[in-house]
Write a protein that binds this ligand. Structure first.
Ligand code: FMN
Length: 211
């Protein structure tokens, strides 16, 4: 009898530890925009002739995956309705026009962020700023992002974070906490050591804001 009670108690203990952990993990998301997941081409990711930036998972996609697997987060790829041509120069041009015209770039999904407390938000530097899809993403989720923590990460071709962090801060509600971004040159997106050092700093900041 004692054995049965002990077994039930142990199982209950395990279940409560498990649900605590999964609740904690479920509160973090890694949302990211990358050109590679937004180009027209059913065979993308296979064809290497059109430029490395157009290949899946994309520079930002690589970092997003590395973060998501380390912080046990859900990964959300931000996708536009009107996909880009699978041609680097064409994407560069269209990105420039969208920036100039402050285009509203429609997204393929509403991306419900209601259940998350911490959202890592990744994007490439496009013309020294965030891609317009990121503007839509924040505007669409503005209410849900109140009081949340945004942890930005940005990949670039030499221009650094440029205006990107400032732009997202301006767009986000004043109650949203924005941490220091991870800024990575596109050739260094596989540098795990740098990423992990930054993730350690993020962890400390998240823990101190919880206390
Ligand atoms: C539309 C467009 C504009 C860009 N503008 C800049 C820029 O102003 N400064 C910069 O350093 N890199 C720029 N880049 C390079 C990207 O930031 C870089 O290649 C990034 O790693 C791409 O990430 P992705 O593969 O996830 O899309 C631009 C790329 C594109 C497609």
């Amino acid at each position: 009898m004692f054995k049965i009670i002990k077994t039930i108690a142990m199982a209950a203990g395990l279940i409560s530890v498990f649900s605590l952990q999964s609740t904690a993990y479920a509160k973090t998301a890694v949302a990211y925009f990358s050109a590679a997941v937004n180009v027209i081409d059913p065979s993308y990711g296979v064809d290497g002739t059109t430029g490395s930036s157009m290949l899946l998972p994309g520079d930002v996609g690589i970092v997003a995956e590395n973060i998501a697997s380390r912080v046990q987060a859900d990964k959300i790829a931000i996708k536009v309705v009107d996909l880009y041509e699978k041609n680097y120069d064409a994407v560069v041009n269209r990105g420039g026009i969208e920036k100039r015209d402050q285009t509203h770039v429609a997204l393929a999904d509403a991306y419900d962020l209601g259940g998350y407390d911490v959202i890592y938000l990744g994007y490439p530097n496009w013309w020294s700023d965030v891609p317009r899809a990121i503007v839509t993403f924040i505007e669409q989720n503005k209410v849900q992002l109140e009081g949340k923590t945004i942890v930005p990460f940005v990949s670039h071709g030499g221009g650094g974070e440029a205006l990107t962090t400032n732009t997202i801060k301006k767009l986000l509600p004043s109650t949203t906490h924005v941490l220091e971004p991870y800024v990575v040159y596109y050739k260094n997106v596989n540098d795990i050591q740098e990423l992990e050092q930054w993730l350690d700093q993020v962890k400390v900041q998240l823990q101190s804001s919880n206390n």
